[in-house]
Design a protein around this ligand. Structure first.
Ligand SMILES: C[S@@+](CC[C@H](N)C(=O)[O-])C[C@H]1O[C@@H](n2cnc3c(N)ncnc32)[C@H](O)[C@@H]1O
Ligand SMILES: [Zn+2]
Length: 268
């Protein structure tokens, strides 16, 4: 049985070799890598929503070099400390699946789910974690039953707290990773004349209790202009690319920078 539900009638889905189907005759093809597209056309606000192919490829290239490995370890360790045995685990906005796999490896007998609105991202996730079920879907309209999940992780993805609340069991945990104030100041200083600090604010989400806030900071040296470009292309700065950004990066062969994250743990 799948842990996903039908996006049309909300009945449970059954996973077969080539497709998912519900008892009411709705069916959804699986891609070669195994993921399923559960994003109904009325929920798409563009033809190819979410991170594009280039952004996703850059994220994979950067993460595969291990620059954010300390965050991956901290996330896996935190997940392990709060999750029960045999949890239903969802990575909301799973991207390339880099964190999904590490968290899943740290859990005891998990049922692994990953959702992202970008099919390019979900395709890579499905390839990297064969035990999991991956779907193209929006975190604002998750293909999960009410009160079914034991653990949700969200790393730099949209915070759909009402929807997370709906799908989480009572007592379940949400681990939310956000950038802290001086995250990537080195890159910003390279790109902008007046780099700004990120806003850090404690937000209260209805129905959730924040049980931990872990600050994780570490220095890193980006070892080539290629790596700097991958990092730049996976950040929001890429969307509103400052003038001459690529040129500046191509002329920079190494960059000292500092990663600063807040790992927020909430309980329902
Ligand atoms: C900054 S990336 C983080 C990806 C991954 N968690 C990581 O850290 O490598 C944000 C991700 O959220 C996805 N995304 C954006 N809007 C979304 C939505 N409404 N529902 C699901 N995913 C969404 C993007 O496609 C992208 O993969
Ligand atoms: Zn259905």
């Amino acid at each position: 049985m799948s842990a996903f539900i039908c996006p049309i009638c909300k009945a449970p889905l059954t996973k077969e070799d080539r497709l998912y189907r519900c008892e009411n005759g709705h069916s959804f093809d699986r891609a070669k890598s195994g993921y399923v597209n559960l994003l109904t056309p009325d929920k798409m606000n563009s033809k190819t929503p979410g991170d594009g192919k280039e952004m996703v490829a850059s994220r994979k290239a950067f993460l595969d070099k291990g620059y954010y490995a300390p965050l991956r370890e901290k996330l896996a360790e935190t997940a392990r400390s709060v999750a029960p045995a045999s949890p239903l685990y969802l990575d909301a906005g799973c991207g390339t699946g880099y964190y999904t796999k590490a968290v899943a490896d740290a859990l005891e007998n998990p049922h692994i789910l990953g959702v992202d609105i970008s099919k390019h991202a979900v395709n890579l996730s499905a390839k990297s974690e064969k035990r999991g079920e991956f779907a193209v879907a929006s975190v604002y309209d998750l293909p999960l039953a009410d009160e079914s999940a034991d653990l949700i992780t969200n790393v730099f993805s949209p915070m759909a707290h009402d929807e997370y609340f709906r799908v989480m069991k009572k007592g379940a945990h949400l681990i939310y990773v956000v950038p802290a104030s001086s995250h990537l100041m080195g890159l910003k200083a390279l790109l902008y004349e007046n780099p700004y600090l990120n806003k850090e604010e404690d937000v209260v989400y209805d129905g959730f209790t924040q049980i931990d806030k872990i600050k994780l900071e570490f220095d890193m040296t980006l070892r080539s202009s290629e790596d700097i470009l991958s990092l730049f292309t996976m950040t929001p700065y890429f969307w509103r690319s400052p003038k001459g950004a690529e040129e500046k990066i191509k002329n920079t062969s190494a960059l000292r920078d500092r990663a600063e994250f807040c790992v927020l743990v909430f309980e329902k």
